[in-house]
Design a protein around this ligand. Structure first.
Ligand code: HEM
Length: 451
């Protein structure tokens, strides 16, 4: 099994391998991963059970957290139980309040992004540019200062980004080695130095945020501390310990770093192969005239949203979400001769929920399951069989922000360019599996301005 997984990662078809395994073994099956029992499932009812109905029976992978903890510390992404709830209650409302204010600051970064796209029909890979765009906007939102990678990355910002990647890589290798991680000779000194560099960068913003804000018990009654909404400043009103504040902020930056850039790169990958959808989007965008692109207007553009939904269905950045049972519990489906009876989940078992396979299941989506067809979303309701942002109490708090920014970017792109053309010799999506899954060949296109 491990060999076939390594081979599939190399061949860029890791998610496909899982899909084939679900087709062969059924929607729920068990494996022994170096002594740990893992229940793999793509069953929507089991998703709902783990994410929501039996939420209290599960925690984040203990092993992974141990491997990650010197880097990630305690915060919304890594914690469980009451401490997670405390972080969540603090951070989730900040996203909701930010949604209304951050389109203006996003626009600055989008303008820079648009200026970097060639107008002469030459080939451009949108993938690295999109990663930079969302890196710039998310660092602005989280730290109050953008790393400005689309214009010129200052030395200390580049050092921070490199150190962040190295720290993540080291943490990933430690997590993969699991119980054996002390046996392998990892370069601890280099890893520690990367973690220290990330912490030093964040600590500068921590010190500034603490100096700029005063403690408050009720942020709901406060107006944001600056006209631009800065997450670290808002958290600093309630967390005054610099180390606690540092780790909370890293816990938001960690899931934010590449996810939105990858999701949008996938959307352009699909649009380049379906230029008719681009034309339809463009017609709708031009019909808006010169109305300002407010939060409400963007929210009302359903077809733009469906383009993103459909792209997230075909290639969501996170293919699996795993949890460890922290007490004996049950899953509603997967047992018995036909796999429809409940199953016992012993404490310590890992439940690995696959988000890719349900999105590629013919019985759910129809014979054209592999086609990019945003219109399939008109009037359709998908809940636990479409979970790119997961679900339940731990659903991604940035979901609405991501959708708003994505729709804004799509509107700006189709307005600026009449046509999109694929320039990638590979029509198929080849995966590159890191912490997230992205397109190995990027999103190579040509964009043609009107006239
Ligand atoms: C297309 C973009 C994104 C996708 C597909 C996505 C997806 C997800 C998923 C699947 C989870 C659940 C992970 C798990 O529990 O193991 C998650 C959690 C989270 N995401 Fe996102 N995310 C995206 C963008 C962002 C951004 C931009 C931010 C921050 C600015 C963010 C912040 C978070 C946080 C803080 C959590 C942890 C929530 C908790 O455990 O309570 N995400 N996201």
């Amino acid at each position: 099994m491990l060999q076939s997984r390594m081979a599939a990662i190399k061949a860029g078809r890791y998610n496909r391998l899982y899909l084939e395994q679900y087709q062969n073994y059924g929607k729920t099956w068990e494996e022994n991963l170096a002594g740990t029992k893992v229940i793999n499932s793509m069953e929507p009812e089991n998703f709902q059970q783990v994410a929501s109905l039996s939420f209290q029976d599960y925690g984040k992978l203990a092993m992974r957290n141990k491997a990650l903890s010197p880097f990630l510390g305690n915060g919304i992404f890594s914690q469980d139980g009451a401490s997670w709830k405390h972080s969540r209650d603090l951070i989730k409302p900040l996203f909701t309040r930010a949604e209304l204010s951050d389109i203006d600051s996003f626009e600055v970064h989008v303008n820079r992004f648009l200026n970097l796209i060639p107008r002469d029909g030459s080939t451009v890979d949108l993938h690295p540019l999109l990663l930079k765009l969302f890196l710039d906007s998310s660092t602005q939102f989280i730290f109050g200062e953008s790393v400005n990678s689309l214009i010129d990355t200052p030395f200390d910002a580049q050092e921070f980004l490199d150190a962040f990647s190295q720290a993540l890589q080291g943490a990933g290798r430690r997590a993969q080695a699991g119980k054996l991680r002390f046996v392998f000779l990892f370069d601890n000194k280099k890893w520690k130095s990367s973690c220290d560099k990330v912490h030093a960068f964040v600590d500068r913003h921590v010190a500034r945020a603490l100096a700029e804000t005063k403690p408050t018990d009720d942020p709901e009654t406060e107006s944001p501390s600056s006209p631009r909404y800065i997450l670290i400043n808002e958290i600093a009103k309630q967390i005054r310990d610099p180390i606690d504040l540092r780790f909370q902020v890293i816990n938001v930056f960690f899931p934010a770093r590449d996810s939105t850039g990858i999701a949008l790169s996938n959307a352009f990958f699909n649009l380049a192969r379906n230029p008719g959808v681009w034309t339809e989007l463009r017609e709708q965008a031009l019909a808006l005239g010169d109305q300002p692109l407010t939060f409400e207007l963007l929210k009302s553009l359903t077809f733009f949203k469906y383009v993103l939904f459909e792209s997230l269905r075909l290639q969501g950045p996170s293919g699996r979400v795993a949890r460890t049972a922290i007490q004996d519990t049950i899953l509603p489906r997967g047992g018995g001769p036909d796999g429809t009876a409940p199953i016992f989940v012993q404490k310590g078992t890992i439940v690995a929920l696959n988000t890719y396979a349900p999105n590629h299941w013919k019985d759910t989506w129809g014979e054209d399951v592999e086609e990019f067809r945003p219109k399939r979303w008109i009037g359709s309701k998908h809940t636990w069989d479409w979970t790119p942002f997961f679900g339940g109490p731990r659903i991604c708090p940035a979901q609405q922000q991501v959708l708003t920014q994505a729709v804004y970017l799509l509107v700006r792109m189709v307005t600026a360019f009449e046509k999109i053309e694929n320039r990638d010799p590979s029509v198929a999506y080849v995966e590159l599996t890191k912490m997230l899954t992205e397109s190995r060949n990027g999103a190579k296109v040509a964009l043609h301005p009107p006239g």
